[in-house]
Design a protein around this ligand. Sequence first.
Ligand SMILES: [Zn+2]
Length: 299
Amino acid sequence: MTLFYFGPAGLPAGVGTYDEAMERLLALGLNALEVELVHGVRMKPHEAERVGALAVQKGVRLSVHAPYYVNLNSRTAGIVEKSRQRILDSLRRARLLRAGIVVVHAGYYSGSSASEATRSIAEQLARCREEADQEGCSGVLLGLETMGRRASWGTLAEMRGVCSHVERVYPVLDFAHLHARTRGGLGTAEAFALQLERFEEFGAPFLHCHFSGVEYGRGGERRHLEVSVRSPDFELLAPSLRRRGYDVTVISESPLLEKDALLMKTMLEGAEADAAAGRATKVVGGGGGGSWQSKLGQA
Ligand SMILES: [Zn+2]
């Protein structure tokens, strides 16, 4: 049976502590939380340990988002060094938090070709992995987020070049980013299913994904929007997720963090009810028309 986890990226609205956050999420019927270390790894180790124990006790699945200030393909050696350190610190906290995965924005092309960037990023992540494993962090996976801006490294095709060389590194599907980068490529249920199939080729033990609406332009992602804008449309993804045989965590990165996590959970349950009643899988929307395949081919 597939286990589903839904929750927000960071503390719910109006909540100041992780203890309160977990109470609030459980009261809403949610069971996941991404700990946002995005502006620096400032959480103290003893605090991480305490929050991690509480999460296990409450049944809330934690994940960690590493700092945004990471570029493993920078031309400046000092930046690469600091980036590796930030990822390593995130892995250390994740172990104490008993989180299963650390989500990373690996870097930018920084003037190099995609294959050169992939090579540098693979090399740096291998160093992070090795160092972290020596410190007992081998149980925490490294997750590479599919990126929404065209200047950022991070398509599934590029990730293959890293994941085939470094152990326990897997893609994190950010569907808003995939949609933005392909300028509306996720317009049909088939387009979502294709992304899941491509993800499955990596052999990850579970799917960790991010979802929100997104505004995009020529350069890709502009900003995250509410799930209700249906661009991309979670209802096109829900039936496909239901059919998967592995655990799925959906983190809401919408401005309506926990509210939209709950909305997506409701949509997934709607897909379940449809299937139980023997109704045909709902395929609404469209938009992408017949062009999704070619659009996603570029990603
Ligand atoms: Zn991210």
